[in-house]
Ligand binder design. Structure first.
Ligand code: F6R
Length: 244
């Protein structure tokens, strides 16, 4: 793992965006694995600015998102489909038919997950996978468990994740209890992984990810075994990692 120190959220966002834009410039038809949540929004905003300046072109890029809530339609403002269009895709020249998010509107979990796995595999897996990290060390919606997951699957969200995500809903009862997520094995197939973290709330998870044992009780810890994984974290997120 390579740890890149950022000063704060804005600096983390610029550094993550720099790596992503370098990937797109080096390989214009690359496959990006993308995440939702608060962490990548600043990086998406930076990429949009660079696109507007003519510095980066997404015309040939394909994307595969990590996860989606089960039971939400693509146009539901709380869905990750909506989030990606609203925060990124609608502001760049990406071909929407090349963007993919698990189909939360298909409540047949086995079919929806198998279809997503088939598509990601057929595409050849991401050249670069962008990740955020949960306060409990989750990646995608792969929650702490007694084993690492393989392919796309349906998960019951933990109370801590439901609570963390409730900030984006009017009411905690509106937060879906299940989601479809790429599995840890699929995430590990990406040729490069960039995991971004900002803020004190992530400090313990970042410590466990980078310096703890590799264990499914901290799913992100498996990234220690990836041959090309970059952690971009700000001072607060690295505050429990004096050795970093
Ligand atoms: C989102 C995702 C999640 C988030 C994580 C951190 O697609 O896969 O693993 O990256 O929950 O969320 P934020 O960035 O909101 O702190």
């Amino acid at each position: 793992m390579k740890i890149i120190h950022a000063k704060d959220y804005a600096d983390m966002s610029r550094k993550a965006a720099n790596i992503i834009s370098a990937q797109v410039i080096l390989k214009p038809d690359c496959i990006l694995g993308l995440a939702t949540g608060s962490t990548p929004i600043g990086a998406y905003q930076q990429l949009i600015k660079w696109y507007e300046k003519g510095d980066v072109d997404f015309a040939q890029v394909s994307t595969y998102n990590l996860d989606e809530y089960r039971g939400l339609s693509h146009d539901d403002p709380q869905s990750y489909h909506f989030f990606m269009r609203d925060n990124f895709f609608n502001h760049i020249n990406i071909d929407l038919s090349r963007t993919h998010v698990p189909d939360g509107s298909n409540t047949d979990a086995a079919a929806a997950c198998a279809e997503y796995d088939r598509m990601v595999a057929a595409a050849g897996y991401p050249d670069l996978q962008l990740l955020g990290i949960g306060n409990n060390g989750h990646i995608g919606f792969n929650e702490p468990d007694d084993h690492f997951s393989a392919g796309t699957h349906c998960v019951d969200l933990t109370e801590s994740t439901i609570e963390a995500n409730s900030r984006l809903f009017d009411n905690i009862d509106d937060v879906p209890r299940q989601a479809y997520t790429m599995g840890v094995q699929t995430i590990m197939y990406a040729r490069m992984i960039v995991i971004a973290a900002s803020g004190e709330k992530k400090a313990q998870a970042v410590r466990d990810m980078c310096f703890g044992p590799v264990t499914p009780s901290c799913p992100a810890s498996i990234l220690q075994l990836h041959t090309n994984c970059v952690v971009v974290a700000d001072e607060a997120a690295l505050s429990l990692c004096p050795e970093a």
